[in-house]
Design a protein around this ligand. Structure first.
Ligand code: ATP
Length: 263
């Protein structure tokens, strides 16, 4: 698939979405250009995961349109790597690390046995996340941080141009989290990255943009924002008075601590 670099990676126009009668996302307009490292922030239930699932084509908007690399999300699926919330991955899955990473090739290669090119791509993806010697290990025997890196390798094995991650640092200790985000920063030299995080430190340290989501959404370049530490020093607050998500009367950046959240 040839890609025109002037075409936005993600372009969302007037999108509304509801699971049932209640709208979860209303009138979303976003444009993400190539090379962006965007962190999606907002309160629990604000619609962050729903937004990622719409971009992936797993959900369909009720109104509006979504283009990924200028195509429908379904048509662009091969160019998008997705790392779901760790909570949604069965850690007891009886497979080797290489098996898990090879699943990232399924979109490219739906029928028949994996080919040599698939194995080479999977091995290269493992090397990229620093786990080259882990291919034969049992996935279920890995630590949380190692599993998270394997899931990133799985997404990389599909050779994506856009990487979507849902709270990749949740449940990791500070050192593993730092390693993970350093890896993502390296990957951002060749990939566009959009990730959900409740940790606003990530925004300040790694992001080029922040996308505030709370039923509606607004995207800001980090240069527009001022960051300031909250009293406990653990969380940062982003000052962005012009944010329509904020001015709707709900603070899109209120930290919501939960047991599985990054801290
Ligand atoms: N499959 C579903 N069916 C019905 N409602 C859903 C479904 N998935 C999510 N919702 C609802 O949609 C809203 C947005 O959920 P979503 O998971 O997108 O929020 P989020 O911002 O990612 O939240 P969190 O920070 O807690 O992960 C919530 O009210 C949630 O209960």
């Amino acid at each position: 698939m040839n890609m025109d670099k002037t075409v936005p990676v993600i372009e969302i126009h007037d999108v509304c979405f509801a699971y049932d009668s209640e709208e979860v996302l209303h009138n979303i307009n976003l444009r993400v250009q190539a090379g962006v490292f965007a962190v999606v922030v907002g309160p629990n239930g604000g619609g962050k995961t729903t937004l990622l699932r719409l971009i992936l084509g797993l959900l369909t908007p009720r109104f509006g349109s979504i283009a990924v690399f200028g195509r429908s999300p379904a048509a662009a699926r091969r160019l998008v790597g997705y790392v779901p919330q760790a909570l949604h991955v069965d850690a007891q899955f009886p497979a080797t690390v290489l098996d898990v990473v090879l699943m990232g090739r399924v979109e490219r290669h739906r029928f028949g046995p994996y080919r040599r090119a698939d194995r080479e791509a999977a091995q290269a993806a493992l090397a990229h996340v620093g786990l080259d010697s882990y291919g034969g290990r049992s996935f279920s025997a890995l630590s949380g941080g190692e599993r998270q890196r394997v899931l990133i390798a799985q997404a990389l094995a599909s050779e994506p141009a856009l990487l979507l991650l849902d709270e990749p640092g949740a449940n990791l200790d500070p050192e593993s989290r730092h390693r993970l985000y350093s890896l993502l920063r390296d990957l951002n030299h060749r990939l566009t990255i959009v990730l959900v995080s409740h940790n606003l430190k990530i925004v300040e340290a790694y992001a080029s943009h922040v996308i505030c989501v709370n039923r509606t959404a607004a995207m800001h370049c980090l240069d527009e924002l001022q960051t300031s530490a909250l009293a406990d020093g653990e969380w940062l607050r982003l000052e962005h008075e012009a944010c329509p998500v904020d001015s709707a009367g709900v603070s899109c950046l209120t930290p919501h601590l939960g047991e599985h959240r990054e801290s």
